[in-house]
Write a protein that binds this ligand. Structure first.
Ligand SMILES: NC(=O)c1ccc[n+]([C@@H]2O[C@H](COP(=O)([O-])OP(=O)(O)OC[C@H]3O[C@@H](n4cnc5c(N)ncnc54)[C@H](OP(=O)(O)O)[C@@H]3O)[C@@H](O)[C@H]2O)c1
Length: 312
């Protein structure tokens, strides 16, 4: 942390206003790199401006100006992605597949030296529409002819992230916490700060190229255990009630088909049940990036500490 890179890069960043993007932008700026950020709405990009980023108004669903915007940049860091579709305006194909194609093509035309791309654990041609389009975007990057690094993280946690907030809301609002199925499906929560550090290294280290890294935190935790840890850290120990998947699935599917607002949609339910963990015992963050991955509990303690400081 706080150590500047030996080489100052000019980085074109997409998705810099998002949860992960804010962490990545800060890390890149701390490392002494110049940021040029593609933003849809410059008025809501104060945090990027405070980091000295140059803002370029644009949208990955529009071709216009993307190539010019990247001119002179050394590296593209492409984070834009959505977890829920808002059809017809915003589908996974629009954002992940066609959006990435536009950014990749513009990067090729601009002659950038590296493309660092955000995918997701589970990206696959056979998966849900989210996973399929994440895979298609990866393929576009792999076939671009550009030196690239792709990251596939498990669930990312940290300041500004939704995951912990949703669990906290459940624990606070309900005397008994509902769990879909037996809760034994595992996730490998990874600290947004660690993800950001890995992205910065991918931008800086020339020898990291042509690689797709699956990344996760130090522990593979069942959903039940995650709930327990959040409860322990916040003094909110609650009994759980397990709702059979067969009972909940028809309601979730119906709500998804009717586009009703639900805490979880059909695709998210499938992805949750299929787990989000990196196969094997080795941790890529440690092995490749020399990062000691932060535990989920430590992230929670850091977040609570920051909240406490903020309320003083
Ligand atoms: N969060 C996780 O646990 C997780 C795990 C694995 C992978 N990922 C991947 O990480 C990436 C970032 O996720 P996140 O959690 O940070 O999401 P997020 O908070 O929703 O941020 C998404 C970012 O993409 C931008 N964006 C959306 N549509 C755009 C468009 N049409 N043109 C330009 N920018 C657009 C948003 O800009 P606005 O501010 O204008 O909306 C925002 O900066 C995604 O690719 C996601 O799939 C996330």
């Amino acid at each position: 942390m706080g150590v500047t890179s030996q080489r100052e890069l000019s980085v074109f960043l997409t998705g810099g206003t998002g949860f992960v993007g804010r962490h990545v932008a800060r890390r890149l700026a701390e490392r002494g790199h110049q940021l040029r950020a593609l933003v849809r709405n410059p008025e809501s990009a104060d945090a990027l401006q405070e980091l000295g980023a140059e803002l370029v108004r644009g949208d990955v669903t529009q071709e216009a100006g993307l190539g010019e915007a990247m001119a002179g940049c050394d590296v593209v860091v492409h984070l834009v992605g959505i977890i829920r579709e808002k059809p017809p305006a915003m589908t996974f194909e629009d954002i992940h597949t066609r959006g990435t194609l536009r950014v990749v093509q513009a990067a090729g035309r601009s002659g950038v030296a590296k493309f660092v791309h955000m995918s997701a654990l589970g990206a696959s041609p056979q998966g849900t529409a989210y996973q399929r389009t994440k895979y298609e975007a990866e393929e576009l990057v792999r076939r671009s002819g550009l030196p690239y690094v792709i990251f596939r993280p498990s669930i990312i946690v940290g300041a500004g992230g939704e995951f912990v907030d949703i669990l906290l809301r459940l624990l606070r609002l309900l005397p008994v916490t509902p769990v879909i199925g037996d809760g034994s499906y595992r996730l490998q929560p990874v600290d947004a700060e660690d993800v950001a550090a890995a992205f910065a290294q991918a931008a800086e280290r020339d020898e990291l190229t042509g690689e797709c890294f699956e990344i996760g935190g130090p522990h593979k935790l069942t959903y039940n255990r995650i709930l327990e840890i959040v409860g322990e850290e916040h003094g909110l120990r609650r009994p759980r009630i397990h709702v059979p998947v067969g009972l909940i699935r028809p309601f979730v599917d119906l709500a998804t088909n009717w586009r009703l607002p639900t805490p979880i949609n059909s695709e998210q339910l499938s992805m949750l049940l299929e787990e989000s963990i990196v196969p094997g015992e080795k941790n890529t963050l440690r092995e490749v990036f020399g990062i000691d991955p932060t535990s989920f509990r430590s992230v929670l303690q850091r977040l609570a500490g920051a909240r406490h400081k903020g309320s003083e």
